[in-house]
Design a protein around this ligand. Sequence first.
Ligand code: SF4
Length: 365
Amino acid sequence: MTMENRIRRILLEEPARDYPMARRVLSRLPGVPVTVIPRREVLRPPDRRRTSWLADSKTTLLLAVQKGPFRRPCPGTPDYLCCGYQVLQTALGCPMDCTYCILQSYVNVPAVTLFVNVEDLLQELEQDWNASPGKVWRLGTGEFGDSLALDDLAGLHAALIPFFAQRPGAALEIKSKWRQLEHLLPLGPNPQVIFAWSLNPEEVVRGEERFTASLKDRLQAAVQAAAAGFRLAFHFDPIIYFPGWEEAYGRTVALLGEAVGSADIAWISLGALRFLAPQRSLILERFPASGIAVQEMVRAPDGKLRYFIGLRQELYGRLQEQVAAAAPGALVYLCMESPRVWDAVFGFHPQDDDLARRLDARVKG
Ligand code: SF4
């Protein structure tokens, strides 16, 4: 099955209709009903409980024009060490449906939005690049949605990847839980492009990551990307605690090590489950079979619920050992964690922008 088969309805913003991406999407989904709306601002969150419209929003596609800047700094918080990543807001929302997805809490449009003005995105990147010679850019398209889920339909990354071919100081991370990337393989080799997968044990994929690709398929896609000459990254994020987690993550990390070599891996991140406090009731209501929201958690300084610090340290410590054995030499870092946790896991914590510098060094190869 392709992800675009899930689309049941298209909303087309009037100013978006003549963009090549909009025409491409409409021509590829000929049987899907289209409603033209004057502008996306008329779409208010339905006057119903969020839990009642979220599922429908996953099968509705909104084609719109990005009016603000595409590039935004990844939202960090002062109490946690940030890696200096920049996100490209090329989409908003996702047709897949993970129980823990943080987008559930703040997407206010009842649709998956694809921004069609890729020409403006390329122009913005060109201007930023020319304005800051020598600066290292780590950019990603997978923060406000999944990079690959609808990419064959939209054609975004086929336009973006060539931009990064001639710029050794910039890297584009294409982050996904999906498997479909065959349309991008002919654009390799290109070491400035990093295909990244979020990984979890198969039991977590089945229980918490609805409509995503299996672990095996994600790793198979990674093998294809490496063979085509792209670099890889992996994110064990969110790491979820459950009885048997240690053995399950050990199995998962071992499969990763068997599939790809450390030399192809730009970085691996670890991040334990966290979500905004009000999201707990949303998860309980939408996914009553999921156990992730009934676990005891603590409210952290950034307002998110997190596992207690001792459990986070245990999870990271074990994962870090497992990764070191399966992918020796790979750069491993913690995503949005405190200096105290870094110290417990690695025996040090990065000072100032040291983490960003380490990752920037990987961009240059
Ligand atoms: S794949 Fe990512 S963006 Fe999509 S629902 Fe899951 S967590 Fe959210």
